[in-house]
Design a protein around this ligand. Structure first.
Ligand code: DC
Length: 222
């Protein structure tokens, strides 16, 4: 399925709602580029954790040697070193969530996203891609699921990758991040105006992908 024009498609929602799986599949089905905006916040968090002296976040962001390759998998490098695995660790998840409350960090992440997505043919996934970064996106989705299911999906994902936090630790981290992400003053997680809301509780990946594709089809052939 290839959409008729070079669209900007956004998918927002809380962690564990299935956004990245769906965004990745949708991008490959449509021949689009998948942009995982969380990886930008995670890359900044990792660089902040590893900084040598007590630089402020503003100082750190100036000329920060972070680069991103958004393909079927996201590759993040810091000064040439591949940190794609490190940025997925639970301590980086929490640090990313807390640093993402700073406007200067959001400005940095927004600029990266706008630079990469300018030509369209992208699926962007995150917390504010449809509400703040691309409010005029061609089509916006908001994915959600019940918290227990989100936690158990996240837990399975981490277990498969070989890191082993318990389900209750994952649930606790997720609740903390949900609170940070939804209650922050700047660009909180919200349902973007005009977004199509899909509850993925109990749905399998192919089922959610079919729903998303049906909405895109309707856009092209109303
Ligand atoms: O999607 P993720 O779990 O990789 O995101 C990590 C953190 O980055 C998330 O807790 C909040 C922040 N984030 C954000 O504030 N806005 C985005 N568009 C994406 C991520």
């Amino acid at each position: 399925m290839t959409p008729r024009k070079n669209k900007i498609i956004t998918i927002d929602g809380p962690s564990g709602a299935g956004k990245s799986t769906i965004a990745r599949l949708l991008a490959s089905t449509a021949g689009y580029t998948y942009i995982d905006s969380g990886a930008i916040y995670r890359g900044v968090a990792y660089a902040y954790k590893m900084r040598k002296n007590e630089e402020t976040i503003g100082e750190l962001l100036e000329g920060l040697p972070l680069s991103f390759e958004f393909g079927s998998d996201t590759r993040v490098t810091l000064a040439g070193e591949d940190i794609s695995g490190e940025i997925r660790q639970p301590d980086i998840s929490l640090l990313a969530s807390s640093l993402s409350q700073e406007q200067i960090v959001r400005d940095y992440a927004n600029a990266v996203q706008r630079r990469l997505a300018g030509q369209g043919k992208v699926v962007l996934e995150g917390r504010d891609t449809g509400s703040v970064v691309f409010p005029d996106a061609d089509i916006k989705f908001y994915l959600d699921a019940r918290p227990e299911e989100r936690a158990s999906r996240r837990h399975n994902e981490l277990t498969l990758k070989g890191s082993g936090p318990t389900l209750s630790a994952v649930k606790e981290d997720m609740e903390k991040r949900d609170r940070n992400d939804s209650e922050r003053a700047i660009a909180p997680l919200v349902v973007p105006p005009g977004a199509i809301v899909l509850d993925t509780t109990g749905a399998d990946v192919q089922g959610v992908l079919r729903m998303v594709l049906a909405h895109l089809e309707k856009e092209d052939h109303p």
